[in-house]
Design a protein around this ligand. Structure first.
Ligand SMILES: C[S@@+](CC[C@H](N)C(=O)[O-])C[C@H]1O[C@@H](n2cnc3c(N)ncnc32)[C@H](O)[C@@H]1O
Length: 181
C-alpha cells in the first residue's frame, strides 16, 4: 500500500508539496504510536500520503479512537479511501484548515514537508495547530533529515521533546509538542 514507487512518482510530479522521495519507515511509525495516549479519542493526521503512518496508527491507536487524515494530493486521497476502516475519515483538504474537520483533537500527527513551505505557510499551519489544541493535546511532527522547525516550534509550544530515528531514509527527526501558547 504505502509503496515506494507510487510515492516516488508523486514526488516527481509535485516535489515541493510531497517533500520526500520515500514514505516514512515503520520505525518512525512505531515512535509516533508510542506518543498516542490510551485515552485518545480523536487523532488528526496532516499529509498522510499513501498511508505509511496512517495504517500502523489505525492498528496501534486505542480501540475507541478515530483518525481523521487530511491530504491535499487527490491521488493519495483516492488510495486512502480504499482503506476499509470505520475508524478512518479521509479528508481531501489542507492541514491549515484542520479545525474545520476536528475541533481540539487529542493528538495531531504531521509529516508535512515544512522545509519546502514558504514562511507564511509554516506560520499559518503552526499557529492554527496551536489554536486547535487543548492544554493536554499533543502535536507530533516527524521530518526526514530536516531540523528546520527547531526555530519555529518554540514560538507556538512551551514544551518540545526531540527524538531521532536513524532507521528511516533519510534519518528522521521527531518533535513532540505540547503546551500550546
Ligand atoms: C513527506 S509526505 C509524507 C507522507 C506520509 N505521511 C509519510 O509519512 O510517508 C508529505 C505529505 O503531505 C501532503 N501535503 C503537503 N501539503 C499539505 C497540506 N497543506 N495539507 C495537507 N496535506 C499536505 C503531501 O501531499 C504528502 O502526501
Amino acid at each position: 500500500m504505502a509503496n515506494w514507487l507510487t510515492f516516488l512518482g508523486a514526488y516527481i510530479k509535485d516535489p515541493k508539496n510531497i517533500g520526500a522521495i520515500t514514505p516514512t519507515s515503520r520505525y518512525v511509525a512505531r515512535r509516533v504510536i508510542r506518543q498516542i495516549p490510551a485515552t485518545a479519542r480523536t487523532i488528526v493526521e496532516y499529509g498522510p500520503g499513501n498511508g505509511a503512518v496512517t495504517l500502523p496508527v489505525l492498528k496501534g491507536m486505542p480501540r475507541s479512537a478515530k483518525l481523521i487524515a487530511i491530504e491535499r494530493n487527490p491521488a493519495f486521497v483516492e488510495t486512502l479511501k480504499k482503506v476499509r476502516s470505520a475508524k478512518l475519515q479521509v479528508v481531501h483538504g489542507n492541514a491549515q484548515d484542520a479545525a474545520k474537520y476536528a475541533k481540539k483533537p487529542d493528538v495531531i500527527l504531521s509529516a508535512l514537508p515544512f522545509n519546502s513551505f514558504p514562511e507564511s505557510l509554516k506560520h499559518e499551519i503552526l499557529a492554527n495547530t496551536a489554536k486547535n489544541m487543548r492544554k493536554d493535546s499533543k502535536f507530533v511532527v516527524y521530518l526526514q533529515y530536516s531540523r528546520v522547525l527547531e526555530d519555529y516550534l518554540p514560538q507556538y509550544f512551551s514544551a518540545i521533546e526531540h527524538e531521532y530515528e536513524p532507521r528511516n531514509l533519510p534519518p528522521s527527526h521527531l518533535y513532540i509538542c505540547s503546551g500550546p501558547r
